[in-house]
Write a protein that binds this ligand. Structure first.
Ligand code: UDP
Length: 385
């Protein structure tokens, strides 16, 4: 069977790898970028420091199957991501937790708030900020308003261009308030970073001889959608295989139902002549400056180097006419999801087309969810061929 996979990101690479297990399958993996890996792409910069081109990626999952899968392609460093937020002049753990409370408030007040949180929610519970607000104790209400304002509100306005209550609950629930002293960003059983980087890991995935890779190629230049019979032509010839599509759906349909909104980021990298810049890999700046966070890559890649590279993230609306930025985050709002569903309905009329990944599924997937989804799709493809 012939397969064309549009997009050599994590979804595309996993599906290619799975399909390539069958020597009778031929897979063409294409990407308009000149590199594989999509937004998980990492590389050594001019100073020899390994950086994540599209923002910090930390692998974490509770799913043993996904963890075993990625471990087939690389070794991992054991790494537990810790994020500090600059709040009222202090660097405090994010997600906001009992240690953040102790660091920010006078002793007696911190003890009272802690006691009330423990009583109300119990130890080691995660409370989404929108949930914390829904109760009537005056102290907890005050705390909720404080955290909402100092941790979520401005960060979210910067990141999404809208208020936390306008952004879907799922996006906000990613970073809850944590009634715990565990200050790791994630609590999943399996966490780490690939020892030689994500790009290397994905290169391993797609190393099979029955996968051909074509980079720097826009899918529009080789694939054509035929409206009349809902088929897809390849190089203007009939094509009997499947097209696994991982790019934005609005682009596939020439934006005819409107543009699907995505957020993008502007990444500002800087290499500093110092060995260490900040105490942890990522420091969030919810209330200060125009950027949302600063990441120092060496702190999450374990690289030793006399210099260090940091990166600031500035969020902006994605515009497909602007080729300097990429669609990075689907915006989980009802109106956007409705528009997405209309595009999806159109797409599903094309029997050859299979949709996968954060962009084509219009879902704010983590890397682990992306892989889980890709493995499921590959399984369906394998059983139907
Ligand atoms: N968030 C926030 N303040 C923070 C960290 C996160 O308000 O200090 C909110 C914000 O809306 C953000 C979302 O939680 O977009 C998810 O954060 P996460 O770190 O998972 O974002 P990602 O790494 O995917 O950009």
């Amino acid at each position: 069977m012939e397969y064309i996979i549009v997009g050599a990101g994590l979804s595309g690479c996993v599906i290619a790898e799975q399909l390539a297990e069958n020597p009778d399958n031929h897979i063409l993996l294409i990407d308009k970028k000149k590199h594989i890996g999509g937004t998980c792409f990492d590389f050594y910069n001019d100073d020899g420091i390994l950086v994540h081109k599209y923002g910090p990626h930390i692998f974490n999952t509770a799913d043993r199957e996904v963890w075993d899968y990625v471990n087939r392609f690389t070794e991992f460093y054991e790494y537990y991501h810790r994020v500090l937020g600059y709040v009222d002049g202090e660097l405090v753990p994010i997600p906001f937790n009992l240690k953040s409370i102790r660091k920010l408030f006078p002793e007696e007040m911190a003890a009272r708030l802690t006691e009330k949180l423990l009583e109300k929610y119990g130890y080691n519970t995660k409370v989404p900020i929108l949930e914390l607000d829904r109760q009537d104790d005056a102290d907890l209400k005050w705390l909720s308003e404080y955290v909402y304002e100092k941790v979520f509100f401005h960060y979210t306005v910067k990141q999404w261009g809208q208020r936390p209550d306008e952004v879907g609950g799922r996006a906000m629930a990613r970073i809850p308030v944590f009634v715990s002293t565990d200050d790791r960003y994630f609590q999943n059983a399996y966490q780490g970073v690939p020892k030689y980087g994500y790009t290397k890991m994905m290169m391993e995935m797609i190393s099979s001889p029955n996968i051909s890779i074509l980079l720097g190629t826009d899918y529009h230049s080789i694939l054509r959608r035929i409206e009349e019979d809902h088929t897809i032509r390849f190089l203007d010839r009939e094509f009997n295989g499947k097209v696994i599509f991982t790019a934005c759906l609005d682009g596939l349909f020439d934006y005819r139902l409107g543009e699907l909104p995505y957020r993008s980021l502007d990444f500002q990298f800087q290499t500093l002549d110092e060995e260490s810049h900040q105490p942890v890999a990522t420091v969030n700046y919810p209330c200060n400056y125009g950027f949302t966070r600063i990441t120092e890559f060496k702190k999450l890649t374990f690289q030793k180097h006399p210099k260090t590279t940091i990166m600031k993230e500035f969020s902006l609306a994605y515009d497909y006419r602007d080729d300097k930025h990429d669609p990075l985050y689907p915006i989980p709002k009802t109106a956007n999801e409705e528009l997405y569903r209309s595009y999806r309905e159109e797409a599903l009329k094309y029997k050859q087309l299979v949709l996968a990944g954060r962009l084509a599924d219009y879902k704010y997937f983590t890397m682990a969810e992306t892989i889980e989804n890709a493995l499921r799709i590959a399984k369906e493809l394998k059983s139907s061929s």
